[in-house]
Write a protein that binds this ligand. Structure first.
Ligand code: COA
Length: 711
């Protein structure tokens, strides 16, 4: 137990008290004692009730103070207004963990009381799970301290759920689906203990093979990301999150904000943490069951064994869609399966014994797959035919699966047919197999193992640091603040980009024709000339802009024309000079942004830029800090990635500079606390080796007074 974090006492307590234990069978406090007894918890159980008496044959103590012996967990099921007093008594007794079942706290606006309880508890060394929870089950302690169903089956799946009702329903459903639990914890209002604390325990605990989380809202996303990263490098984590809507995006001030629907960020951050996100409880359970029961995937070569060509093709399509790699060494396949497959069948993957084959030929294929070490997973498909007595096939399939598992190979079943087949699928499921009535589902479930394996091999990297001049950026921000602004002017934004080392068009302010020509020659033709004057807001209208100047003479003419036009059209304007800018050539327009997300803290965005950015919504997000490979992953994730690879004979674009820009934009948010939003649109990207140009940048400062110093 010493390698486990302190929270392990929550799952392996030496004694459990139930505050509010009642002799009345319909009360929560009664059910809690009943479930503890039913689960055969071997430690001491202390029902607490001020009236004394007995609860389910156990003597009830009038107060926690009367407990004689260690008690690490107290489940509290008394009305909200009495909870604080009970927590005080628990602190006196030296209880370590509280399961506050009681509702009526922050979820109904009673925030102050919840805070009072949690701060008192923390000050006295107690951790609080809840309030507003259904309790906890721990296979390690053989302890069910919930008011949910009895008879929870032990196994390797740990469930953390924010929803109580769904959690209770999940317990029932796991029993139906034959999924064994190592633990289930309801976190409710997450006033103290949250997913990150629990992940710290489950990732160490040997009996937990896979962790399933149901999340409604993320409170401390930065902590959650850290905990997830530390966990997924060791075991799979599956998450179901409700609320795919984009609440919170409405009031956003920039594209980055309006594109950053909370769910889009959540989805991308989960991917970044190598967490498998399930859309439905059904998918999540299917994945959990396979992760728990099957050996880990040793390699990527799957074979499909089928007695029907059509389902074989469907499964092949599904493999392509979900990223399951099919073993493709034709000679090895022939050698492995020739003896098992009838002459009219096929040893090409899918291995097709055809509808004419019987149980013997079909079964022989699994034995052959078990023996070949180059095969790593088996997808067994079966159609109801006259040649196979499906009603007798389950024992053979179960034996085949045992042999395959013993050889380290996961197996999934996709069986299609009438009532008899469906009954066999059910029988397989009850026996602990991953069996489905649809080949797609079978493949999709196996695909979860593939994704986890690939992520595990990839590993997670430490963040990459980039050097930026944060002091200069802070000074720019401070000057804007002093001017009473939360947004930066174009020239200020340019200064920030320069301080961050982000490539932007070259610009020089010149005060004479000679200077302008020298600047144009240093920058390289073509160039653009623009008047610099605080009195001229609309430069083009005043004739203060000249584009696409190709040589010295054009620059001289344009310089003269600009001064002439501006003096004529805006009489008395103070002209500070003329800006000579690099003329930005066409390239792929991308967008790079960063903002502070309410859940995950600073996040960066990358996507297809230009004026259609909000229509295309082809953007991805990542939480900071970031490493270069992850930034490269962002680029590869967008749908328009082929544009950066080059289409129709174009050369590959300079993605290296995009990666660098993403990291630098992220670094600004990390190191300059007063900057809240950055959006470079477009970042025009050129061919490999030719870089990119940040043409336009919008930068906002934090709401309120803003920060100072470097984070
Ligand atoms: N210490 C110990 N026992 C106490 C006590 C105290 N300080 N104060 C009261 N009790 C006893 C009561 O006397 C009663 O026992 P009795 O039946 O012998 O009289 C028992 O504790 C329960 O108190 P009671 O007032 O009857 O409350 P209740 O059982 O009706 O409701 C809760 C208590 C916690 C169940 C209720 O307040 C609640 O929050 N329900 C929602 C729970 C929920 O849904 N949680 C989220 C799930 S996801």
């Amino acid at each position: 137990m010493s390698a486990l974090p302190e929270i392990s006492l929550l799952f392996e307590p030496r004694g459990v008290a139930v505050v509010g234990a009642s002799p009345h069978p319909d009360k929560v406090g009664h059910k809690l004692v009943d479930r503890i007894l039913d689960s055969r918890y071997p430690g001491r159980i202390y029902p607490i009730n001020p009236k004394g008496g007995e609860v389910l044959g156990l003597p009830a103590l009038r107060s926690i103070d009367e407990i004689d012996g260690p008690v690490d967990v107290a489940a509290i099921a008394i009305p909200a207004e009495r909870v604080f007093e009970a927590v005080q008594a628990c602190a006196r007794k030296g209880v370590r963990h509280l399961l506050i079942i009681t509702s009526g706290f922050s979820e109904v606006g009673n925030v102050a009381e919840e805070r009072r309880i949690v701060s008192f508890a923390r000050e006295h060394g107690l951790r609080v799970v809840g309030p507003n929870i259904f309790g906890l089950y721990s296979a390690a302690a053989s302890l069910n301290v919930t008011f949910g169903p009895r008879g929870i089956q032990p196994g390797g799946v740990a469930i953390i759920t924010q929803s109580g009702a769904l959690g209770v329903a999940m317990i029932g459903k796991t029993a139906v689906e034959r999924i064994g639990l190592s633990a289930i914890v309801s976190v409710g209002n997450k006033a103290d203990v949250d997913e990150a604390d629990l992940l710290a325990y489950f990732r160490e605990q040997e009996r937990t093979k896979v962790i399933l989380m149901y999340i409604e809202g993320v409170r401390n996303g930065v902590r959650l990301v850290e905990a997830l990263r530390a966990t997924t490098s060791r075991k799979p984590v599956i998450v179901i999150k409700s609320g795919r809507s984009s609440r919170g995006a409405v009031a956003a001030a920039s594209h980055t904000g309006s594109l950053a629907g909370s769910d889009a960020i959540f989805d991308d951050v989960m991917r970044q943490c190598h967490v498998l996100r399930a859309d439905t409880v059904r998918d999540a359970f299917a994945w959990c069951k396979l992760f728990d029961a099957a050996p880990p995937l040793q390699g990527e070569n799957a074979v499909i064994v089928t007695n029907g060509g059509g389902v074989g093709v469907m499964a092949t399509d599904a493999c392509e869609q979900y990223g399951v790699a099919l073993y493709d060494d034709q000679q090895a396949l022939r050698e492995t399966f020739a003896a098992a497959v009838p002459s009219f069948g096929s040893t090409k993957n899918p291995i097709d014994v055809t509808g004419q084959a019987g149980e013997k030929e079909y079964g022989a294929c699994f034995a052959a797959a078990a023996k070949n070490p180059a095969i790593h997973a088996v997808i067994a498909l079966l159609c109801e035919t006259a040649m196979v007595d499906v009603s007798r096939i389950v024992p053979m399939l179960q034996e085949a699966e045992r042999d395959l598992r013993a050889a380290g190979k996961p197996m999934v079943f996709g069986m299609f047919g009438g009532a008899t087949i469906e009954a066999q699928v059910e029988a397989l499921k009850q026996g602990g197999s991953s069996a489905f009535t649809d080949p797609y589902e079978a493949v999709q479930t196996l695909a979860a193992l593939y994704r986890f394996r690939r992520w595990s091999q990839l590993g997670l990297r430490p963040p990459d640091e980039v050097a930026i001049d944060a002091g200069r950026i802070d000074a720019v921000a401070a000057a804007a603040r002093a001017d009473g602004r939360r947004f930066l002017l174009a020239s200020e934004a340019q200064a920030v980009l320069e301080a961050a080392g982000i490539p932007r068009p070259q610009v020089r302010v010149c005060r004479s024709m000679d200077e302008a020509v020298r600047a144009a020659e240093a920058i390289g033709y073509p160039v653009v000339l623009k008047v610099v004057s605080r009195d001229i807001l609309h430069k083009s209208d005043a004739g203060g802009v000249a584009l696409d100047l190709d040589d010295r003479q054009e620059v001289l003419d344009a310089y003269e024309a600009i001064l002439h036009n501006c003096r004529a059209r805006v009489p008395g304007a103070r002209i500070d000079g003329v800006e000579v800018c690099e003329m930005v050539a066409k390239g792929v327009e991308t967008i790079v942004g960063a903002r502070r997300d309410a859940s995950f803290g600073p996040v960066v965005m990358f996507g297809l830029g230009g004026i259609y950015v909000e229509v295309m919504k082809d953007v991805v997000f990542r939480a900071l800090p970031l490493d270069r490979r992850e930034a490269a992953g962002m680029i590869e994730q967008i749908k328009s990635y082929p544009l950066l690879l080059g289409v129709r004979g174009e050369r590959r674009k300079d993605t290296g500079i995009v990666i660098e820009t993403i990291l630098r934009v992220g670094a600004i948010l990390q190191r300059c606390p007063d900057v809240s939003d950055i959006e470079i649109n477009p970042l025009v990207v050129y061919e490999q080796g030719r870089g990119a140009r940040a043409v336009d940048a919008r930068i906002l400062l934090a709401e309120g007074q803003g920060g100072g110093g470097h984070g």
